[in-house]
Design a protein around this ligand. Structure first.
Ligand code: HAM
Length: 431
């Protein structure tokens, strides 16, 4: 036998019925974003590596060690996108979208070569939102309120919001200098990773998850103390808006994010129910990025949520409900040469007459018994049963599969009219 091939480590197939959970979740988010006036943008999975180096930052984990990068046959240095913000900014500049405010969203696979574990994959899926051209804290608030509403709609309970302000670049330069001298004073207590980060990007030391580092981090200077008047006012207005909207939050002065492009507002929605990978949604302001990537200075703020993590949190009952959409209304059984020849044509006629009908048509022949077994396994509400005798009499059998009821003949000529009401009453009787 030929050697069996497997999916790449950390990348997963999504099979039915789980695929129905995905479709349901995507639909929920799609409806919500559309209702808030956001429009979808689709960008390629591959971009030039320089885009991510220049946006996410050369000395971030993502760019240093996690990108799937390669030279293509023409020698171009390309990378599978590790996130969507950079592509979205590139596309917005390239297509001249930035001469007016934009509210955009995207979804799809992202790729990071991290060590796979629960909630952390090498191919994972995000839905992200990016807004351009809006400076004030009102849009930061809108994004948080939108996600808050989504958690409510999805039935998530144990999620908490952490926010922080990273100030502007001048404020950060002053802070960075003081943080660096603090870290240098405590250099001996820093773990290996933090020693490295101290040199490359000292703010990232605050992001360390090592328990042994936490007291040292707690004693470090706080970025919030370095904010100027404008940054302070922006942050205060966001906090006041959250208070008014009665959305609970914690200010976490150590929240710095793992990507370099942020300034001012950053936020994360976190759950304790998913172990170490508890951030389900994260984002913030990145007012300098458009200019950094060659566009005119344009304020921007956005976030992305991880769909794998979200799906783990959604109550099972919600997902079970989504699975029901996989069950057809009807399973069409046909036995006998004439009936089999007629079945698919009849199915097409029914589909035209009842466009919302979910009809699964048996293919591959077999006895009544074996076809009934398959009908039962499909989860269909009822079977339509066509034999040569029924065909000759101009009828078709209707047999509820989940309710205690006899098979009854229906006139073929008026099937399109009788079926919808009949199905509805059978679904009510389901046991
Ligand atoms: P991020 O924090 O790198 O931000 O990712 C956002 C979310 O994607 C995370 O909170 C998590 O839910 C999910 N995620 C990230 N990595 C993985 C992984 N390896 N496996 C499973 N899920 C993962 C960004 O990507 C920014 N682009 C967000 C943003 C948009 N900021 C502004 N606009």
């Amino acid at each position: 036998m030929a050697e069996q091939l497997r999916a790449v480590r950390g990348m997963h197939d999504i099979l039915p019925p789980t695929s129905a959970h995905w479709a349901w979740l995507e639909r929920q988010v799609y409806d919500l974003l559309t209702a808030y006036g956001y429009r979808e943008l689709r960008t390629p999975l591959l971009e030039s590596s320089a885009l991510f180096q220049r946006s996410i930052g050369e000395v971030t984990d993502i760019v240093e060690k996690e990108m799937y990068s390669f030279a293509d046959r023409g020698g171009d240095d390309l990378s599978l996108r590790p996130e969507g913000t950079a592509s979205c900014v590139r596309a917005a500049i390239e297509h001249g979208l930035l001469n007016q405010p934009q509210r955009l969203w995207y979804q799809g696979a992202m790729f990071r070569r991290e060590r796979p574990q629960r909630g952390r994959y090498r191919q994972f899926h995000q839905i992200g939102v990016e807004t351009f051209g809006l400076t004030g804290p009102d849009i930061d608030l809108e994004l948080i309120l939108l996600t808050h509403r989504l958690w409510q709609q999805l039935g998530l309970s144990a999620v908490r919001l952490e926010i922080n302000s990273l100030g502007d670049s001048h404020e950060r330069v002053r802070y960075r200098a003081d943080l660096l001298s603090y870290l240098e004073q405590h250099q001996d207590a820093l773990d290996e990773d933090s020693q490295r980060r101290m040199v490359t990007n000292p703010l990232r030391v605050l992001d360390s998850k090592n328990p042994a580092m936490q007291s040292l981090i707690a004693g470090a200077p706080t970025l919030l103390d370095y904010l100027g008047e404008e940054s302070k006012a922006h942050f205060a207005a966001l906090c006041a808006g959250l208070d008014r909207a009665e959305v609970a939050y914690q200010i976490n002065p150590r929240l710095v994010r793992g990507l370099d492009y942020y300034n001012r507002t950053v936020f994360e929605w976190i759950t304790a129910s998913l172990g170490a990978q508890g951030t389900i949604c994260a984002g913030g302001r990145y007012d300098g990025l458009v200019e950094q990537l060659g566009g005119r200075p344009t304020p921007a703020v956005g976030f992305a949520m991880g769909l794998e993590r979200l799906l783990e949190l959604i109550p099972k009952a919600q997902l079970h409900h989504a699975e029901q959409t996989l069950h057809p209304d009807l399973y069409l059984i046909a036995v006998g040469a004439k009936a089999e020849a007629e079945a698919l044509v009849l199915a097409e006629r029914l589909r035209s007459q009842c466009p919302t009908l979910q009809l699964l048509c048996h293919c591959g022949g077999g006895s009544f018994k074996s076809q009934f077994k398959k009908a039962d396994r499909s989860g269909a509400t009822a079977a339509l049963v066509l034999g040569d005798q029924e065909l000759a009499a101009g009828t078709i059998g209707y047999k509820p599969l989940r309710a205690d009821a006899q098979q009854q003949p229906l006139a073929l000529a008026s099937l399109g009219e009788t079926l919808p009401a009949l199905l509805k009453s059978t679904q009510k009787d389901e046991i």
